[in-house]
Design a protein. Sequence first.
Lengths: 327, 434
Amino acid sequence: MQVLTIRDALNQALREELLRDENVFIMGEEVAEYDGAYKVTRGLWKEFGDKRVIDSPITELGFAGLGVGAAMAGLRPVIEFMTWNFSILAADQIINHAAKMLYMSGGEFNVPIVFRGPNGSAYQVSSQHSQALEAMYANFPGLKVVMPSSAADAKGLLKSSIRDNNPVIFMEQETMYGMKGEVPDDEDFTIPLGVADVKREGTDCTIVARSFTVPQALQAAEKIKEEFDVSVEVIDPRTIKPLDIDTIITSVKKTNRVVIAEESHSFASVGAEISHQIMENAFDYLDAPVKRVSTAEAPNPYARNLELAALPSVDKIIAAVKEVCYL
Amino acid sequence: MAEKFLMPKLSPTMEEGQISRWLKNEGDSFEAGETLAEVDTDKATMEMTALSDGTLLKIIKAGGDTAALGEAIAITGKKGEDISALLEEVSANGSAKKEEVKEVQEPKAAAETPAKASASSPASAPVPVSAQPSAAPTSASGNGRLIVSPIAARMAADNGIDLRSIAGSGPNGRIIKRDIEEALAGGQNTLSEGQRTFTASTVVGASPFRDETASRMRQVIASRLAESIGPIPTFYLTVEIEMDGVLAVRKQINDNLGDDAKISVNDIIVKAAAMSLIKHPWVNASYQDKNVRFYEQADIGVAVAIDEGLITPVVRGANLKGIAEISAEVKDLAAKAKAKKLQPEEYTGATFSISNLGMMGIKEFTAIINPPEAAIIAVGGATQTPVVRNGEIVVRSIMHVTMSCDHRIVDGATGAKFLQTFKQMLETPAMMLV
């Protein structure tokens, strides 16, 4: 099996889908000649040319709308936002058009579009560029929301997202682009949307983590095992919407304790939703209130020390696990 | 943390209470459920039991003193704690200071705290240090709720564990999965399938009813008896005893005694039981939390019916006393009981009890164990009965005795052997001299 960075796994997925289906094209700021701000589209413009890999002006609402129109006309656009922070400018196209077109056209128009880019914090990019926006998009019916945390997941899920007939919000994480992992060589390797992955099996506590917090949760689980001999299960839903709550509930019924680790702020977050669904479906199995580890309720700070203090961390996750396990 | 121990509300109409006496001295430590003091209320003399472990640091209201509801009567806490601030507060506020005290739902709490409730008294009122109607203080939050995690509640229900008997180890005393697992591992606090069905009630249609406030004594009887039959695995052994020998002996004795000193058959039964108990220590014992307490003398509780219910005054050391002495004592105690003048020490702490309904025409019945005693015998009337002796039908005075046994310490054979001795004593009264 090949070992790839998440960046290259995404690149591979894009390349394979460009090859597989001529209706697929990529559009966004600096995605073509510059190979992408984070080099996810490296080499694709050279290989596929101007018609398939298109540099857009700095007009998020414009090129997002262009993408929605193209999708309605039968193409399969992959729209890159340099970061999801900039998608806020395109929110009207995403929320009011992409998400609602199939419903409002009475089933006439599918919108098979992927919006992708890095979500959440990076290294000191300050308040406006460090936001984890999944809760906002997951709130709207009509959008699927995908957040991979490994190279294999990134590739398999992006391919499924491109092949999906609905708009997909595909959220990567800038600080994780260099993370390496094994990726199946098979060109048709895909991971279905809506299926969670048990990243580590355990019996005493469940950590539900996504994206940024998955590697942290795995480290925390390892340390807790060593220090307290407590066995932690780590579940990555991978797709936020549709959410594979069954896998989470099965785990909770086994472990009775839950920590949800997420990079977003806590209020009305995806973790709040998961916590609610656990309460609804597994209330009688809980031994402690569900605990969340989220980013501090403040605009993300620029200063490195403050940024680290605001973001979730291995230590914060360990502390939360100790709390729910009454250690 | 040291805190003020407030005069609890022990009856619905109580506004103040008089400390009858302290059972603990300053500096004494106590455990949850232990009686700290007796308080005379407008209704009755009540025992104040501790809700949690601690030490009696300072007595503010001594025996004889009266305190209003919610007034500080003592300070409790950990040994060696500095209580000067609390003392200052108490003296600064004077006796006028009352803190709100909710009424103690005494019978309910007692009924729900089976094995752990105070060992010796029919009137064990939990004391609301912070107005908690629970005798499992470590499991209850400040507002009196039992805090249980959902999975712990579910496990407890599945295993028939009384949550009030569990000390929660989570925050605010929350009972968590681990606590239930420990209880299960220890095999404690689990009731058998049969016992679990005990509290179920079957309602057939809707009947008209009227509610009358239960007397204090009725409430205590209710809670004590429910407390007994719930957690105590009871079984029953019945024996037939030929009483002709006892009747003859009684006649001989009474012929030589004055009218006011005449002994009853029951006095002889008390003596026989006491002597049998000394030969069978497992019956003269009490199942404690983790050990078995053996008593060295036979303190026999004799159930006495009075207007409002029943009470069991205790003949202390009945094994050491002569029948005439026992007889005099029983008469005295019964008279006091009927006049409601019994002191708590006169009706608590028996090691074994006897209930005799023979004089009321009952031939045979079962009695309910008075915890923490291990057994009680239910004595029926001796009736002229045709029996076969040496192949011939003869008439004998036959008395049925049924012993209720706490199976946690008294096994079938243990109980049977005790009854053999008891029967032998009564059928051959001379054995009591041996």
